[in-house]
Design a protein around this ligand. Structure first.
Ligand code: NAP
Length: 251
């Protein structure tokens, strides 16, 4: 019998896989058996080496996802180089910090375009292929700010709250077509994205004191949830936003 978490023979496409959470997810999927296409604006050489070391196939797709321009090419390249597409992980994302009163239109658009608009159109393009094959797994990377307001990150909060809503909307349309659309909401994970918070002594202490697990998360803490949502173990899980947060939301 096949193990329900086994991803052998599956092809995954992970955006923003050169570092942080995207890199950890790509390696976790490869460890579970998937071949992995690594799409992003920085070449994910280190991740590709890791995927190959695990005995899987991988490829790098260079794409600046701040606009939707590369979207159809990204999906086409993954299909051409790895011969299929079963799992899409929409991980690439950015954050801009400023007081709401001073927040610029440029910082609003940049975050919404990368975190929400490209995520939607990449999902749409991948789903056209997945619906045709009758199966597929789409995993969006949400945030604690899919549930909460945050401080000084209005466009990020809007984008990630949008990601949570969109995850449910797409699940409603595509579940009957064999697709599972879900999201992972990471808590406070030590990556480039949170470097400013980690370096701010006061915010760092406030955050640590609120996390029941008593530590920042590591990017690798997200891998297991991604494998679950990419595998047949989650075939009856639709439109869920899974918090992986050391208990932050439970507080
Ligand atoms: P990260 O280390 O900054 O990684 C972000 C990834 O997105 C990088 O690979 C980055 O590429 C890529 N990216 C950004 N803009 C892009 C663009 N225009 N085109 C292509 N790729 C682009 O941060 P992370 O923490 O791993 O973040 C990954 C995801 O998790 C994001 O969606 C973030 O919002 C979310 N998240 C993080 C946390 C946390 O605590 N760290 C919590 C909740 C949610 P470059 O390296 O080239 O910039």
């Amino acid at each position: 019998m096949t193990h329900p978490f086994d991803l052998s023979g599956k092809v995954a496409l992970v955006t923003g896989a050169n570092t942080g959470i995207g890199q950890a997810i790509a390696l976790a999927l490869a460890e579970a058996g998937a071949d992995v296409a690594l799409a992003g604006r920085s070449r994910a050489e280190e991740t590709l080496t890791g995927v190959r070391r695990l005995g899987r196939k991988g490829c790098i797709i260079e794409a600046d996802l701040s606009t939707t321009e590369p979207v159809s090419g990204v999906v086409a390249q993954a299909l051409a180089e790895l011969g299929g597409l079963d799992i899409l992980v929409n991980n690439a994302g950015i954050i801009r910090r400023n007081d709401a009163i001073d927040f610029t239109e440029a910082d609003w658009d940049a975050v919404i375009d990368t975190n929400l608009k490209t995520l939607f159109f990449l999902s749409q393009t991948a789903a056209r292929h997945m619906i045709a094959q009758g199966s597929g797994k789409i995993i969006n990377i949400a945030s604690m700010l899919s549930f909460q307001g945050g401080v000084r990150v209005p466009s990020y909060t809007a984008s990630k709250s949008g990601v949570a809503g969109l995850t449910k909307a797409l699940a409603n349309e595509w579940a009957a077509k064999g697709l599972n659309v879900n999201a992972i909401a990471p808590g406070y994970i030590a990556t480039n994205n949170t470097a400013a918070l980690q370096e701010d002594e006061v915010r760092n202490r406030q955050i640590m004191e609120r996390i029941p697990a008593g530590r920042w998360g590591a990017a690798s803490d997200i891998g297991g949830a991604a494998v679950f949502l990419a595998s047949s173990a989650s075939d009856y899980v639709n439109g869920h936003v899974l918090a992986v947060d050391g208990g932050w939301l439970a507080r």
